[in-house]
Write a protein that binds this ligand. Structure first.
Ligand SMILES: Cc1ncc(COP(=O)(O)O)c(C=O)c1O
Length: 366
């Protein structure tokens, strides 16, 4: 039985292998391990891809979020509103600045932040709202922006899962700031940890760059208490090779999602994902909802289908953030039912048919 992985990183590597090997040789010959021309080139290519003037490479997506938060003035005495059904890093990054995490519920159909709930959670201490572009589609940032008109609150977008996604033709970070992750399994994945911050605001871009290089842009001049969070040359080689293919790969993901949509149409127990009007989705994750999820997941895994859960425990139910308390019925109802099916650009129609077949079998046996 051949396994169908959740994500096939080897298939992606096969497409870029020659470029990556040549690039690694170049970096090693130049010993340009931290920073350097390759990093600068990737930053300007990623900025252009994002339609923004500034992209700053950092060590991972969690740092990207933390530095973006700090750059816009999030810190002790302030609050940041974010959805309860995100990966822990969104909350962690806020906590690391010394600010207070304020959770809100998600929309029951798209799992994106509930805009009304976010606006209702604003207090005089709110400095930022952090919508998460979960699974690869943009949250309704436009609606959030409308609701925030006249208030000094920044939208810090968690774009870790949405490289290349647009809403009404616009990408993330267009009039705020966005943080992304290049964790290997992401749509644009490095060969280790990496991340970036994108923004149109030059002052924020400079602060992020300063914070990420020990608080100073000139060697041994430290103006802020910063951190060491830099993108390295080897990762930039990989990211440049993959960025050149990302638009095509995202198109292949959309085709794969459309195939699942048809294949699963006949399975009554399966709730298929919903795309918001105006969104171009990049399908980082294809998330369905099923009854008896844990049993179905175990059966799929036993049958060689690499399904998974994103995410099984809402933030307020984790040990780390249990003290926040609160009740978020949509996030809590989704957590035991959501199921991520294998998706990646190179997945074949045959592989998807087998996933659908195994899912049908698992549902009837569970
Ligand atoms: C929604 C979300 N936010 C933040 C992160 C953190 O990124 P990283 O793992 O690169 O620190 C991730 C990915 O892991 C993510 O999926």
């Amino acid at each position: 039985m051949t396994r169908i992985p959740l994500v096939d990183l080897a298939a992606a590597h096969a497409e870029v292998a020659e470029e990556v090997e040549a690039g690694f040789k170049r970096i090693i010959a130049e010993t340009a391990f931290i920073g350097g021309a390759e990093v600068a080139a990737f930053e300007s290519e990623y900025a252009a891809f994002s339609g923004l003037p500034h992209a700053i490479g950092v060590a991972n997506g969690t740092d990207a979020l933390e530095l973006a938060f700090r750059a816009v003035g999030v810190g002790p005495g302030t609050e940041v509103i974010l959805p309860a059904n995100t990966f822990i890093a969104t909350a962690e990054a806020v906590a690391r600045t010394g600010a207070r995490v304020v959770l809100v519920d998600c929309d029951p159909a798209t799992y994106l932040i509930d805009v009304d709930a976010a606006l209702a959670a604003i207090t005089p201490r709110t400095r930022a709202i952090a919508p998460v572009h979960l699974y690869g589609q943009l949250a309704p940032v436009d609606e959030l922006r409308k609701g925030l008109a006249g208030r000094d609150i920044v939208i810090v977008e968690d774009a870790a899962q949405s490289q290349g996604a647009t809403r009404h033709g616009l990408g993330s970070g267009v009039d705020g700031i966005a943080a992304t992750s290049f964790y290997p399994g992401k749509n644009l994945g490095a060969y280790g940890d990496a991340g970036a911050v994108t923004t149109a605001v030059e002052e924020w871009a400079t602060t992020v760059r300063t914070l990420g290089s020990h608080g100073g842009l000139r060697k041994y001049h430290h103006d802020l208490v910063g951190v060491n969070s830099r993108l390295d040359g080897l990762q930039a080689v990989v990211l440049r090779a993959k960025l050149a293919r990302l638009a095509g790969w995202n198109e292949q993901r959309r085709a794969a999602a459309a195939r699942y949509h048809e294949l699963l149409a006949g399975l009554e127990q399966v709730v298929r994902p919903v795309t918001l009007d105006g969104n171009v989705h990049v399908w980082h994750i294809y998330c369905v909802r099923v009854p008896n999820r844990d049993d179905v997941l175990a059966r799929l895994n036993a049958a060689g289908v690499g399904a998974a859960i994103h995410y099984p425990i809402p933030v307020h139910r984790t040990g780390a953030f249990a003290d926040l308390g609160g009740s978020f019925p949509n996030a809590e109802a989704a957590a035991p039912q959501i199921l991520s099916l294998p998706i990646y650009p190179q997945i074949t129609a045959d592989q998807q048919a087998r996933v659908a077949e195994e899912l049908a079998k698992a549902l009837s046996a569970a």
